[in-house]
Design a protein around this ligand. Structure first.
Ligand SMILES: *Cc1c(COP(=O)(O)O)cnc(C)c1O
Length: 365
């Protein structure tokens, strides 16, 4: 029996997700310690004390199921951003929310549009239900919004847009997003994935929640995995028209967010000092790497995220391997169609320096 033959056709064509290499795995393989991981856009500061405290308190009650409605977290998010709790759907990380939107809205005959060189979870969640992916060629590594508009057909139901984009770090301005939304037919959902929005400066940030009133087909996804440092807990939230949230909340597993994650999220959502510290460090780290790349004449894609993509102009795999052997884990992105590139997450200054020194060694710069 070949189980591949009975699998859903969309699933048969999927390649497994390639996660960043865990530190423990490299330690086991090489028998070395002092490893720096700059591979999964994780927060180099860890997570804030406010969350630790909330988790400690919640540890006393893991017997009961979590609150299936996430009442307190939705209220906290709603108050923070001037929203209504009915507009919010909570997810086990925002990947869960991307999957929930696909399950809620897509059928096998529908089309979903996203860019070349964008987050791999979009094809993953839509292909698994046999929806047809329409991939718009990237422009300067980023989203070509006119290309998106041209790709719309009567079968289009969902558009995924990552802003800033992963893995390239490109960014669409508020004006570009608004002009785009104004041209997308109202019955097509635009899922704006803002996993990295906290790293952008306040004056350039897209006021996406304000756009919801004007564009009821807009859906905004956020995560606590990146700037808030809670990737291991798995928690994200999605803001939309209440009608969209109602449908998504029907599809979502009732207990998709665990009680530790809910409690920690309530504690960190208002921790603006932590986010500011994280975003500041990130801006400095980006500058540190950009300066190095410029000095050495290396090509990179300017980034608004907590990572930066380097074009090595040669196959990146052997260089990735040599970096590993020297205890530095970065992310090869051949799976995204960028075999000459590496994505480096921004770390603490000394971690960035370790990458700089190791890459200089490996490339003999
Ligand atoms: C990291 C990331 C996410 C968030 O994933 P979680 O499931 O919330 O950890 C979502 N979208 C993009 C583009 C990302 O890079």
């Amino acid at each position: 029996m070949k189980f591949i033959d009975i699998a859903n056709p969309g699933v048969r064509q999927l390649s497994p997700y390639q996660a960043g290499k865990p530190i423990e795995e490299l330690e086991r393989e090489l028998g070395i310690s002092n490893i720096v991981k700059l591979a999964s856009n994780e927060n180099p500061f860890g997570f804030p004390e406010s969350a630790k405290q909330a988790i400690r308190e919640q540890l006393n009650d893991l017997t009961r199921y979590p609150d299936a409605n996430g009442f307190e977290l939705k209220l906290t998010i709603a108050q923070k951003f001037g929203l209504k709790p009915e507009q919010i759907t909570l997810g086990n990380g925002s990947n869960d929310l991307l999957e929930i939107t696909a399950h809620t809205f897509l059928n096998a005959t529908d089309e979903v549009i996203f860019s070349q060189y964008t987050f791999i979870v979009y094809p993953l969640v839509s292909q698994a239900i046999n929806a047809k992916a329409v991939i718009v060629p990237a422009k300067d590594y980023g989203h070509d919004l006119n290309g998106f508009l041209a790709a719309i057909t009567e079968k289009t139901k969902v558009i995924y847009l990552a802003n800033p984009n992963n893995p390239t770090g490109t960014f669409l301005t508020a004006e570009q997003i608004e002009a785009f939304l104004a041209q997308v037919p109202e019955h097509i959902l635009v899922i704006l994935d803002e996993a990295y929005t906290e790293f952008t400066s306040v004056n350039e940030r897209v006021p996406s929640f304000n756009l919801l009133q004007k564009f009821p087909n807009l859906v905004v996804c956020r995560t606590l995995s990146k700037a808030y440092g809670l990737a291991g807990l798995r928690i994200g939230y999605m803001v939309s028209a209440p009608e969209v949230a109602d449908l998504c909340n029907r599809v979502r597993q009732p207990f998709n967010c665990n009680s530790l994650a809910l409690a920690a999220a309530v504690a960190v959502i208002n921790d603006d000092d932590f986010i500011e510290k994280v975003a500041d460090n990130n801006r400095q780290g980006l500058r540190q790497l950009e300066t190095f790349f410029q000095q050495k004449g290396l090509d990179y894609v300017p980034s608004k995220g907590n990572f930066i993509t380097l074009d090595l102009k040669q196959p990146a795999a052997p260089i990735y391997q040599k970096l590993l052997e020297n205890g530095v884990i970065v992310r090869p992105i051949a799976g995204y169609g960028l075999p000459n590139h590496l994505r480096i997450s921004i770390g603490l200054p000394e971690e960035n320096q370790r990458f700089i020194d190791t890459l200089s060694l490996v490339l003999e710069l």
